[in-house]
Ligand binder design. Sequence first.
Ligand code: HPA
Length: 233
Amino acid sequence: MASVHIEAKVGEIAETVLLPGDPLRAKHVADTMLEDVICYNRVRNMLGYTGYYKGKRVSIQGAGMGMGSTSIYVNELIQTYGVKNLIRVGTCGAIQEHLQLGEVILAMSASGDSGANTAYFGVMHYAATADFELLFKAYNIAKELGIETHQGSIFSTNTFYDDNPNRWDKWEKQGILGVEMESQILFTLASRLNARALTILTVSDNIKTGAFSGHAEREKSYVDMMRIALELA
Ligand code: HPA
């Protein structure tokens, strides 16, 4: 049986799935860091692969940009394929001045503007939170690998573009580290559906200082993030 947006057979996807936004990132990681790889999904070019990392079976699935796309893949991975651990690997725009390009953030929780929060909870606000065990393990793995990480809260938005230049000021004051577009729905769905989730991010730009990563910086920091995520799997 397949799901609406994933053509894999049940059993072809591992219990732990890494979720980059970009399907070509999924391909690149499968090609360069995994062994005995199968490609289980080509629907909409949202590529998904299962392989082995240091003998452990792991999958990597492109999930697209934004909470709408992410929610489709997260729902189907958990409900049709029985996935237990979902680890988003992506980038964020930092909103704290001290955060440098390429630094790694382990997201403890995600505030956000997801309409799904309103649909599920009405005027109430669910505190979308990462799984503690995954977070704790990722923190320790990063330490062992000598990769410095920042732990804290992030904000997930559905609107990359906005008219208000001061849009993030109150969230900066609130101590939010950075802005991305997926984790609020990832954490909310994982909790609802009895799975575990974590988000690992690298800082690709700093909205406060205007700094922006070049290709080489992105590649280097991406490797740090992927090493943490794959060791965690
Ligand atoms: N906004 C939202 N998502 C992002 C950003 C940003 O500035 N940078 C990387 N992902």
